[in-house]
Ligand binder design. Structure first.
Ligand code: FES
Ligand code: MG
Length: 576
C-alpha cells in the first residue's frame, strides 16, 4: 500500500508554501504554542465533539476528547478539538430533528474550511450520528466515528428500567392511578443514572449500531457503555487509527458502498431498530450517492429475523446486556451469512476480518437465526390511498390483533388539540377507534416531532387497554412501542391524502399485505381536495424558513434538497 506523502496532506496547503498566507497560518499555530515541527508535515486531526452541558448523553465527552487526543499524539498526529452543534434529544424543542441538517451542514463546512487531514466524529444522542455522518460524507476527508455508547441500565427498587419505554409504561400506570408519588419519584431518579445515550434499542443505539455496520467505527465501538473504561481505550484507539487512515487516504467513499448500506440496513432490522433509522439511512445513503429507498428497506425487513432481544422490540434486555453478550460484533457474526463480509471498513480491513472468531456469550440476548425474537425484521413499509409515498410501522412492537384492523378515524389537527382531548374520560372512543394526528410531518411539525406514539385515551387506559391503532405523519421515539403507523408521506401539511381524512371515516390496515387505506370513494376525496387550503407558513424568517423551503419528505430522508449529492457539482477544496 502506498503511504501518502506529508507534502500531499490537505493541511500542507495551509502550512507548507513559502508565501504570505502560509506565513500567517504558521504564525497563528505558533500563537497556540505549537512549534513548527509539531504541525508541519503532521496529520492534523479534527475531533468534532457534539458536547454541551445540556446534552446529558454526551456528558463524558470532555474526558473522551482527551483520550482521543492521547491516541492521536502517540502516533505523531496533531489533534484539535472542534465543537459541533450539540443536538440533544431531551431538551431540544420542538424536536432535535429540526436541527439534524444544521449539524450536517456545520460538520461539512467546518471540515472543508479548515486545515484538517482526518476527523474523529463524536456523537451518539439520536440525531448526532446521522448529522455528523451526513456532513462528513459530503466533506470527504478520512473519518472515523466514535459513538458515545449507552448509559448504564436504569434501576429502581430492584427493577430494571429502560430509557423511554419504561417512562411511558409507568406514566400509563400513573394515569390509571396504579402507582404512588413516591414510586414515581423513584423511577424518575433511577431511569437515567450515568452519562451515555438511552440504553434501550432507541434511535441512539440503532444509529450507533448502523455506523458500526457501515464500517465507520472500530470493531465493537457501538455497544460499549459510555462509562466503561473500555470506552476510554476505544477513544484512544480511534485517535491512533485515524492518523493511519490519513496516510492510507482511506476516504469515506471507499467504505460507504451500496453493499455497506445494505449491510447496515440488515443489521438495523436484526437489532429491532428504531423507526427513525429509515429516515436517517435514506438520508445518509443519498449523501453517499447510494440508491436506497423504502421498498429496499421493506424487503430487507421481511427477510431479516430480529435477533437482538433488547427492549423495546425484545422483551427483557438492555444495551448493557447486549454488550456483555458480545455486542455488535457478535450480532454481526451471528447474522454473518446475511451480510457482505467483503466490504472495506475504517480499520483498513474487511468486515469479515473485523468479526473473525467472534463469540456470542449469551444467546438469549443475541439469538441465533433459527430462534429469533421475531421472524421478521423491525420495520415494514405500508402503501395505500392514505400514504402513496409510504408509511412505516414496527410490526414486532404492536399487539398482533391490530395487524389487520378496520376502525373509525378520530382525527386531530394538531398536537395541542390531541393533548387537550385525550384525557377527557367522555371522549368517544373504543379500542377499535383509529387515532390520527396530522400536521406533524417534516414541514407541519415542524421537523417531524416524535409525537407518533399518541397516548392511549384515559377512558381506554382505565378499561385496561394499552394499545390501539394510531396513524400520523410524525415520527416516534425509538424507545416507543405499539401499533403506530408513522412517517405518512406525503405529509398532510403539503396536502398529502392524510389532510383529506375526516373523523368517522373508516381506515383499514392490512400489515401482511402492506396496505393502509381510508375507505372513502374517489369522488368524495376529489371534492374534499378541491376544498382543502394549505395552512399558513409557519416561519417567515430564520432557520425555520430555510428548513421549510428545502426539507424533503420522509421517504426521501428529510435532508435538504440542496445538500443531496445529486443536487450539483461538489464544492471541492477551498482556495487558500
Ligand atoms: Fe440522548 Fe436518548 S436522549 S439518546
Ligand atoms: Mg430517542
Amino acid at each position: 500500500m502506498t503511504r501518502k506523502d506529508p507534502r500531499d496532506f490537505r493541511s500542507a496547503r495551509w502550512f507548507a508554501p513559502d508565501d504570505l498566507r502560509s506565513f500567517g497560518h504558521r504564525s497563528r499555530m505558533m500563537q497556540l504554542g505549537y512549534a513548527e515541527e509539531e504541525f508541519l508535515g503532521k496529520p492534523i486531526i479534527g475531533i468534532l465533539s457534539t458536547w454541551s452541558e445540556l446534552n446529558t448523553c454526551h456528558a463524558h465527552f470532555p474526558e473522551r476528547v482527551k483520550d482521543v487526543k492521547r491516541g492521536v499524539e502517540q502516533v505523531g498526529g496533531l489533534p484539535v478539538e472542534i465543537p459541533a452543534l450539540s443536538v440533544d434529544e431531551s431538551f431540544t424543542k420542538p424536536t432535535s430533528m429540526l436541527y439534524r441538517n444544521m449539524l450536517a451542514m456545520e460538520t461539512e463546512e467546518m471540515i472543508r474550511s479548515h486545515p484538517l487531514d482526518g476527523v474523529v466524529l463524536m456523537g451518539g444522542c439520536d440525531k448526532t450520528t446521522p448529522g455528523l455522518v451526513m456532513g462528513a460524507i459530503s466533506a470527504g476527508v478520512p473519518m472515523i466515528y466514535l459513538p458515545a455508547g449507552p448509559m448504564l441500565r436504569g434501576n429502581y427498587a430492584g427493577k430494571i428500567l429502560g430509557s423511554g419505554s419504561d417512562a411511558w409504561k409507568y406514566w400509563d400506570e400513573r394515569r390509571a392511578g396504579n402507582i404512588s408519588d413516591e414510586e414515581w419519584l423513584g423511577v424518575q431518579g433511577g431511569i437515567a443514572r450515568s452519562a451515555g445515550t438511552c440504553m434501550t434499542m432507541g434511535t441512539a443505539a440503532t444509529m450507533m449500531g448502523i455506523a458500526e455496520a457501515l464500517g465507520l467505527t472500530l470493531p465493537g465501538a457501538s455497544s460499549i457503555p459510555a462509562v466503561d473504561s473500555n470506552h476510554q481505550r476505544m477513544a484512544s484507539a480511534c485517535g491512533r487509527r485515524i492518523v493511519e487512515m490519513v496516510f492510507e487516504d482511506l476516504t469515506p467513499d471507499r467504505v460507504l458502498t451500496p453493499a455497506a448500506f445494505q449491510n447496515a440496513a440488515i443489521v438495523a432490522m436484526a437489532t429491532g431498530c428504531s423507526t427513525n433509522a429509515v429516515v436517517h439511512l435514506i438520508a445518509m445513503a443519498r449523501r453517499a450517492g447510494v440508491d436506497l429507498g423504502l421498498d429496499d428497506l421493506d424487503r430487507l425487513g421481511r427477510e431479516t429475523p430480529l435477533v437482538a432481544n433488547v427492549r423495546p422490540a425484545g422483551s427483557d434486555y438492555l444495551m448493557e446486556d447486549f454488550y456483555y453478550a458480545g455486542g455488535m460484533r457478535a450480532l454481526m457474526g451471528q447474522i454473518g451469512t446475511r451480510l457482505d463480509l467483503s466490504v472495506l471498513t475504517v480499520t483498513g480491513r474487511t468486515l469479515g476480518e473485523n468479526i473473525e472468531g467472534v463469540k456470542v456469550f449469551n444467546d438469549d440476548v443475541i439469538r441465533p437465526l433459527d430462534n429469533p425474537v421475531y421472524h421478521e425484521g423491525s420495520l415494514a413499509v405500508l402503501r395505500g390511498n392514505l400514504c402513496p409515498d409510504g408509511a412505516v410501522i414496527k410490526p414486532a412492537a404492536c399487539d398482533p390483533k391490530f395487524r389487520v384492523h378496520e376502525g373509525p378515524a378520530l382525527v386531530f389537527d394538531s398536537y395541542p388539540e390531541m393533548k387537550a382531548a385525550i384525557d377527557d374520560e367522555n371522549l368517544d372512543v373504543t379500542q377499535d377507534t383509529v387515532l390520527v394526528l396530522r400536521n406533524a410531518g417534516p414541514l407541519g411539525g415542524p421537523g417531524m416531532p416524535e409525537w407518533g406514539m399518541l397516548p392511549i385515551p384515559k377512558a381506554l387506559i382505565k378499561q385496561g387497554h394499552r394499545d390501539m391503532l394510531r396513524i400520523s405523519d410524525a415520527r416516534m421515539s425509538g424507545t416507543s412501542y405499539g401499533a403506530c403507523v408513522l412517517h405518512v408521506a406525503p405529509e398532510s401539511y403539503v396536502g398529502g391524502p392524510l389532510a383529506l381524512l375526516r373523523t368517522g371515516d373508516t381506515i383499514r390496515l392490512d400489515l401482511p399485505k402492506r396496505r393502509l387505506d381510508m375507505l372513502v370513494d374517489d369522488t368524495e376525496l376529489e371534492r374534499r381536495r378541491a376544498a382543502w387550503k394549505q395552512p399558513e407558513p409557519r416561519f417567515e424568517r430564520g432557520w425555520g424558513w430555510m428548513f421549510s423551503r428545502h426539507v424533503t419528505q420522509a421517504d426521501k430522508g428529510c435532508d435538504f434538497d440542496f445538500l443531496q449529492s445529486d443536487f450539483g457539482r461538489a464544492a471541492g477544496e477551498p482556495d487558500i
